[in-house]
Design a protein around this ligand. Structure first.
Ligand code: FE
Ligand code: FE
Ligand code: ZN
Length: 277
């Protein structure tokens, strides 16, 4: 069975996200842990969580993906910016324990001129302060397009971060199809080679989730512009091959395409139709 969902607004709480997901044929979803621009987190209601966990089990939902605000920069050259990233992650991870055993994804950040090595040290140091043995959440590094001074557009960079994390068993990777294609991994013509490289460098067992997006930008452009499934430079055929790949087909796929709910519903229907059980 294809495990698929999309990004949903967390404004109305967990149970509402669950119901919204179910209404579009999804069995998972992604949500921002707080205002995507980095603001305050919404209060979590125990009642909502209890009702949602029940809903999640009853409707056989799979693993959920929380996304950290995309403006936090754990490897900034500004200590206050780094402290804010750390504060947000500490708080987010505490909140994740309300819905145990799920995934928390973040962008490694931008080195803003300090260089990749320094940035990797800052990211790993931060993770070594915020990860705790008792946490049930798996923390994911997202593969990035490499725009500007973004860290994480090469599998090797993600590997180096993970190697420096003491509780590395709590770490995984979320592969974004738009980002890797922009970063120069040819998932359209050489998917097997890309997955082999991922396996060699990171280990496929680290791959915990997929951001399934088409791209507005050409291969290896190092630009990050998501497109609707089938309307971009990756294209429907490659995306269908991707979701059916034996090494990928059991993962949760999360759409981050430029859509409203009805557009997501249509993409989910389309992908389910083209999924070979
Ligand atoms: Fe992201
Ligand atoms: Fe993404
Ligand atoms: Zn993106």
């Amino acid at each position: 069975m294809l495990h698929i969902g999309c990004h949903l607004s967390a404004a109305k709480g967990f149970l509402n996200m669950g119901k919204e997901a179910q209404s579009i044929g999804a069995d998972t979803f992604q949500f921002f842990t707080r205002n995507p621009r980095g603001g305050a987190a919404k209060e979590i209601s125990d009642e909502d969580v209890v009702a949602f966990l029940d809903f999640h089990a009853q409707h056989h939902f799979t693993t959920l993906l929380a996304h950290a605000p995309y403006t936090i920069n754990p490897c900034s050259d500004n200590s206050q910016t780094r402290e804010f990233a750390e504060m947000a992650m500490v708080d987010d991870l505490k909140r994740m324990e309300y819905i145990p055993n799920n995934l928390y994804n973040f962008h490694p950040g931008s080195h803003v001129g300090q260089g990749v090595e320094k940035a990797i040290d800052l990211i790993a140091d931060l993770l070594n302060r915020v990860l705790k043995p008792e946490m049930t959440t798996t923390v994911l590094l997202e593969t990035m397009s490499g725009k500007g001074s973004e860290v994480g557009s090469r599998f090797e960079e993600l590997r180096t971060i993970i190697d420096k994390v003491e509780l590395s068993e709590k770490m995984g990777v979320c592969l974004d199809t738009c980002h890797v294609y922009s970063a120069g991994y040819d998932i359209v013509n050489q998917l097997d080679d890309v997955l082999e490289e991922f396996d060699k460098i990171l280990g496929l067992s680290r791959l915990k989730a997929i951001h399934l997006n088409d791209s507005m930008m050409p291969f290896a452009s190092h630009k990050d512009r998501h497109e609707k499934i089938g309307q971009g430079t990756i294209g429907a055929e490659a995306i269908i091959r991707f979701i059916n790949h034996p090494k990928l087909k059991n993962l949760p796929f999360l759409l981050e395409t430029p859509n409203e709910l009805d557009g997501y519903a249509e993409e989910i229907r389309f992908l389910r139709t083209h999924f070979q059980v």
